[in-house]
Ligand binder design. Structure first.
Ligand code: GTP
Ligand code: MG
Length: 291
């Protein structure tokens, strides 16, 4: 299943990021804790270049804690600290604010010594669509300044948000890159909601998801969809069985696959199947480092 999505507004976002970079002191790159490798845009480091960067793994509440611990260890082994965040509940926000101050400490001190007027630290938040950039900003600011939504492409332009006299945040639209070399990357992005559902065959996508989950989290999908046995079943058969159990039937008694696919995707994204990670450090052969 080969998914690609790079609409015109993302090319525009590239320009927005590049143009505003000179105004910012530090960049926060948001990754999805369920897919830390697939959600890393390989173009970001080239855009950000020599600005200090903090990497944050958002939606940590939806990821498998055991796998997230493996990721922590992996990042540490590469010499990088990571911050896991839940932008809805606010877990990890204090840690991020501390890190931002820490990164900026030397610069602020130099400014002070030179007698420059104290000004807030300007932070640009970047990441793939729907990863939670605007939600994170609202949580840091403690007010609902940025519009959020459970689909990709909600933020369409840059927006500065004043947090207090210490921090200013720049919200940016989500951005992907022109070509996913590995088809699994496209699938992971689509399953987690970074790609618009309208351009995807959701039945095929959900079949792939269920087949993968039958190997990695068999008990979770068995329980959620009352599946009898997963033995040797193809994703498509699992989807059909789930559809029957949920009463997604069209006239003639056939399973309404489109409907059950939408339900499964929605439940996965909402964490209703359980806390699930789709990637482990060991799975990914050519991981690029962050920061
Ligand atoms: N469970 C969970 N949901 C989150 C978290 N952060 C954001 N969300 C949800 O994810 C969806 C997307 O959030 P946004 O903040 O709009 O994402 P965005 O990165 O600004 O998206 P674009 O502007 O479209 O690029 C919303 O439904 C949020 O409620 C999180 O840490 N945990
Ligand atoms: Mg947004």
């Amino acid at each position: 299943m080969n998914i690609q999505w790079f609409p015109g507004h993302m090319a525009k976002t590239r320009r927005i990021l590049a143009e505003n970079l000179k105004m910012v002191d530090v960049v926060v790159e948001l990754l999805d804790a369920r897919i830390p490798a697939s959600s890393k845009n390989p173009e970001i480091d080239g855009i950000v270049r020599n600005k200090p960067k903090i990497v944050v793994l958002n939606k940590a509440d939806l990821a498998d804690e055991k796998v997230s611990n493996e990721w922590s260890k992996w990042y540490n082994s590469q010499g990088y600290a990571t911050i896991f965040i839940d932008s809805i509940k606010g877990t990890g926000i204090k840690q991020l604010k501390d890190k931002m101050r820490d990164v900026m400490k030397d610069k602020l001190e130099r400014d002070r010594q030179k007698g420059r007027i104290f000004r807030p630290v300007r932070t640009m938040i970047v990441g793939i669509p729907n990863v939670g950039k605007s939600s994170l900003i609202n949580k840091i600011a403690g007010k609902r300044s940025a519009v959020t939504g459970d689909r990709p492409g909600v933020t369409r332009n840059k927006q500065w948000i004043n947090v207090n006299n210490e921090i200013q945040l720049l919200d940016t639209p989500g951005i992907l890159w022109p070509k996913f070399e590995d088809e699994t990357v496209g699938i992971n992005l689509a399953v987690t909601g970074a790609i618009k559902d309208d351009i995807i065959d959701t039945v095929e996508l959900t079949s792939i998801l269920l087949e993968r989950l039958s190997e990695t989290y068999p008990e979770k999908i068995k329980e959620r969809y009352k599946l009898e046995s997963l033995q040797d079943k193809k994703g498509y058969e699992l989807l059909e069985e789930a559809g029957k159990k949920r009463g997604c039937i069209i006239s003639g008694g056939e399973v309404d696959l489109t409907r059950i696919a939408a339900i499964v995707l929605d439940e996965f994204r909402g964490g209703k199947i359980g806390r699930i990670s789709l990637e482990r450090p060991g799975d990914v052969s050519s991981l690029s480092t962050t920061e």
